[in-house]
Design a protein around this ligand. Structure first.
Ligand code: PMP
Ligand code: GLN
Length: 378
């Protein structure tokens, strides 16, 4: 048997969470909240189950949920998608990403991705014989030189993948970035996969620059989102994909044989819960307070940082502490100091080690205080 993915290890998120559990360490590695989802939302799921919404949902998701997401997208970005033909509910963003790639990438197609990159993109491309064309974002500034990106485009380029707000860096793409990307893709057949799972977790009054805001991008974009990030329930694995109907038709051809449909009672509950926009509009302020608390508490430590602009992740540079490799240091911190994080090299091209660890601040204030106490002693 010949492996299709001979060089793909177990995801770093599984590795670090398991190590945290083994050593009874505070787990700020894998990105998930350590506090509960709103009781009202949980009650809505219970209600849906009791009402008998326990059989297959329609293949693209229940219409009420698709409609309310489309209304939310229109209210936020002024862009309309058709609820019947331009949105599909997915089993989290991971499935949406995999399905987009499955529906579009053939052997030898090239896909431009920005490194550091979320770990699911690359193996998903490789499974379908696609070739990853990386652009390493300069680690100190996280600025993209779009003229360099343009040079990576060939006749084989099939897709570009972007992610804003960006995991793991916590940086966001500006309007200018999106306009430059639009200029590059204009007059090509290249598809854009825009991973916007942290769209509501954005700080300091910044505006999320969704791909749907730029007509030249929207017409070629699959936009993916995840309720796990927005409503503090990563374990429910419900998300969605928006795309113009011709692209969505291809997406659904795969989706129907990939999962067919997604958990039914949670869809019923989410459709109701989304009727209250404050349930997601206040998320940026909520996490900004957590970011600010965490950063104020570790100010006196030997870690260096630039405040995260979005997501619930903060990068900390440890070059003043040790010259150890980031993976080794992350493991040692977990075992000896009882705090787990994610080494960034695993997301970089050629595992470039910039002496940076990622910490998840989607945690109670109490957990953040405990974490800061440890980090200040290192
Ligand atoms: N994309 C990014 C950038 C993410 O951070 C995550 C979650 N870690 C996902 C996709 C996957 O989201 P989900 O849990 O909904 O599958
Ligand atoms: N998105 C989460 C993170 O970046 C983890 C998702 C996963 O465990 N696959 O930490």
């Amino acid at each position: 048997f010949q492996s299709k993915l001979p060089n793909v290890p177990t995801s770093i998120f599984s590795v670090m969470s398991a190590l945290a559990a083994e050593h009874n360490a505070l787990n700020l590695s894998q990105g998930f909240p350590d506090f509960k989802s709103d009781t009202k939302l949980i009650e809505l799921v219970n209600k849906a189950m009791i009402q008998g919404k326990n059989q297959y949902a329609p293949m693209p998701g229940i219409l009420n949920l698709r409609k309310i997401i489309v209304e939310k997208t229109e209210a936020l970005y002024g862009v309309s998608y058709h609820p019947e033909t331009e949105i599909t509910i997915t089993a989290g963003a991971t499935q949406a990403i995999f399905t987009v790639i499955a529906a579009t990438i053939k052997k030898d197609d090239e896909v431009i991705i920005f490194k550091p990159a979320y770990d699911s993109y690359e193996p998903s491309i490789q499974v379908f014989g696609g070739k990853v064309i990386p652009y390493q974002i300069y680690p100190e500034t996280f600025k993209i030189d779009w003229s360099e990106v343009k040079k990576l485009i060939t006749l084989k380029t099939k897709m570009v993948i972007i992610n804003t707000p960006h995991n793991p860096s916590g940086q966001i793409l500006s309007k200018n970035d999106m306009q430059q990307l639009a200029a590059i893709l204009k007059d090509t057949n290249i598809v854009l996969l825009s991973d916007e799972v942290y769209e509501h977790i954005i700080f300091d009054e910044a505006q999320h620059q969704s791909a749907c805001l730029f007509p030249e991008l929207a017409e070629r974009s699959f936009i993916v989102a995840s309720f796990g990030k927005t409503f503090h329930n990563t374990g429910w694995k419900v998300g969605y994909c928006l795309a113009p109907s011709a692209l969505m038709e291809e997406f659904r051809k795969v989706h129907q044989f990939n999962v067919f449909s997604v958990n039914h009672p949670t869809q019923v509950a989410l459709a109701d819960y989304l009727k209250t926009p404050n349930n997601y509009l206040e998320l940026g302020d909520f996490y900004q307070q957590k970011r600010d608390l965490f950063l104020s508490l570790i100010k006196g430590s030997r870690f260096e940082f630039t405040p995260s602009q979005g997501t619930y992740f903060q990068l900390l540079n440890f070059k003043n502490i040790t010259s150890e490799g980031d993976f080794y240091f992350a493991k040692r911190l977990t075992k000896e100091h009882k705090i787990a994080s994610i080494p960034i090299s695993v997301f970089n091209q050629d595992n470039l080690d910039t002496k940076v660890l990622r910490f998840c601040f989607a945690k109670t204030d109490e957990t953040l205080k405990k974490a800061a106490e440890i980090l200040c002693k290192i």
